[in-house]
Design a protein around this ligand. Structure first.
Ligand code: PAN
Ligand code: ZN
Length: 192
């Protein structure tokens, strides 16, 4: 493909309730069995897997124009919790430390948990009407704290990439817990 080829405008249909993107260029799903490392309570996790049929935790659908400096898509997260910890994404830094992102929530409610390279922790509320700015070099993980799907549109440079290893290895400083009807943000005892 000629890198200088003219790109043409497009209107992409996005459902704020289901996260469907039409047309889309790629998608993937994460089921609970693929996410054992991120939860604190491994025995609750193993019990959940035994008693449930490997539930869908989240789906990512993207629209990626070729040779563009921007792409976007949706993440749709199921409601749920494991050992009192709400369903969450893996969380990552971008491979490109100079590239941020936005998350624009369409439906549901969540918490965007962010952590700078030097270990500062922040949260941004996720609810319809809030577009979160994720600065370059802040790790980010989204957490569904409601009892409906959490759907958000994300957009960034396709060269941003993902660095999952860092968060997988050391975790994030905070965990988002369900405490009856309340939500608690606690220190992650296993943080390295
Ligand atoms: C998002 C995330 C998506 C899934 O598209 O990749 O919500 O989260 P994990 O990648 O952490 O599993 C994004 O931030 N892209 O850069
Ligand atoms: Zn990202």
């Amino acid at each position: 493909m000629n890198e200088d080829a003219l790109l043409f405008p497009a209107g992409i249909e996005i459902s704020g309730l289901t996260g469907a993107v039409a047309p889309f260029t790629g998608q993937y799903e994460k089921r609970l069995s693929e996410l054992r490392e991120i939860y604190a309570d491994k025995s609750a996790f193993d019990d959940a897997l035994k008693t449930q049929n490997d539930p869908l935790v989240y789906r990512v659908v993207e629209y990626r124009p070729p040779n563009s400096d921007i792409f976007f898509g949706t993440t749709t997260m199921s409601p749920g919790h494991v050992g009192g910890e709400f369903y969450m994404t893996r969380g990552h830094f971008h491979a490109r430390r100079d590239m941020g992102e936005i998350y624009y929530t369409q439906s549901g409610s969540g918490i965007l948990l962010l952590e700078s390279r030097d270990g500062q922790s922040r949260t941004v509320e996720m609810k319809p009407g809030i577009c979160a700015f994720i600065p370059p070099d802040w790790a980010h993980r989204s957490i569904n704290i409601g009892d409906e799907p959490l759907v958000f549109v994300w957009a960034c440079n396709p060269e941003a990439g993902h660095d999952y290893a860092e968060i997988l290895k050391r975790g994030m400083r905070k965990r988002i817990m369900k405490d009856g009807d309340a939500i608690r943000i606690i220190d992650n005892a296993a943080y390295l």
